[in-house]
Write a protein that binds this ligand. Structure first.
Ligand code: SF4
Length: 348
């Protein structure tokens, strides 16, 4: 028997004994599975738990999510990162209301047609919520499968993903496709760890896993080196007037689309305060911060200054500490400066 064919039974037995208790696993409705899967993209389970609870309280149904005001949606997502996920969730909720009569679609193709839902998420929802035998292939599943089969294909390529998806489609158990997919992810997240450090002695696949039997767990999976991130120096301006700080909204497209921020621009060259028509009394250094995005790193220096007039460029707003806490969603990138702002406005 091929390695992968030996996997389902011991894996399911292991999963049923070892699965972490997670709120979206009890009562896995399509909506709950969908929200959790979107939140879990690029994000650790521990970081998601509180967000998930708050999100479900604020929007317990697709209809509630479709109707949620944008600022509230962004506030619920504040700090979770990759904000386009939140926008796509709402876009998809509106699609469900308009195209599917408010009922969550129940075929792989229809689920895949929702905004922000790729092959992996469509597979996860189809299998967990609708018991359809469709693999859900994420980074964890690619790693486990490459190791079990001893496959040295590059897991960052679409060809390898296709090969793994096809291989798993052959062995996914028809009576437990959701558990199988979740078990693969769970094994990857808790046992078959990346960076050459799998816990093979705890693994239900160790008696037939090629990487383990051949001593190749350090080499597999093969992953092409990522391109280096570009570093960008930015100056962040903390403009104060009375007990408020100036914020502006980022453009609707691109990095941190539509979120609020302290005005900031690439450092050097332009005198930005003058370009914005602002005349701070003084501008003092107010700390530094660094934030790492997928393709870019911001190295930020903050300058703080008091303005004599409340006039701001079009589209900017003044926010006091209550508004910073309750109304405006600022991304984590600016967290380094919240201390400075709190010193001036009071805790928020
Ligand atoms: S035996 Fe080791 S390398 Fe193979 S699947 Fe299990 S944890 Fe991963």
């Amino acid at each position: 028997m091929k390695e992968l064919e030996q996997l389902p039974i011991p894996l399911l037995v292991w999963y049923r004994e070892n699965a972490r208790v997670l709120p979206w696993r009890s009562h896995p409705t399509p909506y709950r599975v969908w929200v959790s899967e979107i939140m879990l993209q690029q994000t650790r389970v521990a970081a998601v738990l509180d967000y998930y609870r708050r999100f479900l309280e604020a929007a317990p149904t697709v209809a509630d999510l479709a109707a949620l005001p944008e600022d509230q949606l962004m506030k619920l997502w504040q700090g979770l990162g990759y904000y386009s996920r939140a926008r796509n969730l709402q876009k998809a909720a509106r699609q469900i209301m308009e195209t599917f009569g408010g009922v969550f679609p129940n075929t792989y193709e229809d689920i895949r047609s929702l905004a922000g839902v790729g092959d992996y998420t469509a597979g996860a929802i189809s299998s967990i919520a609708f018991h359809l035998p469709v693999p859900a292939v994420d980074g964890n599943v690619l790693r486990v499968t490459a190791r079990v089969r001893g496959d040295s294909g590059d897991i960052t390529t679409p060809a390898m993903k296709k090969r793994v998806t096809q291989a798993l489609a052959q062995i996914i158990p028809l009576d437990a496709p959701g558990d199988f997919n979740q078990a693969m992810m769970e094994l990857g997240a808790t046992v078959c760890l990346p960076n050459g450090a799998p816990l093979c002695d705890k693994c239900p696949a160790s008696s037939f896993c090629r990487a383990f039997l051949e001593g190749r767990t350090g080499e597999l999976p093969v992953k092409a080196a990522k391109k280096a991130r570009r570093a960008e120096e930015r100056t962040v301006y903390l403009f104060f007037y009375e007990n408020q700080v100036a914020l502006r909204r980022r453009p609707d497209k691109g990095l941190l689309a539509g979120l609020w921020e302290y005005p900031n621009e690439p450092s050097g060259g332009t005198n930005w305060p003058a370009a914005w028509g602002l005349e701070p009394r003084t501008l003092e250094r107010a700390g530094t911060g660094k934030h790492i995005f997928t393709h870019i790193e911001w190295h930020m220096t903050a300058l703080a200054g008091e303005l004599d007039s409340p006039e701001l460029p079009a589209g900017w707003v003044w926010a006091d500490r209550t508004a910073l806490r309750d109304t405006y969603a600022l991304p984590n990138a600016f967290q380094s400066f919240s201390e400075k702002v709190a010193d001036r406005l009071g805790r928020f």
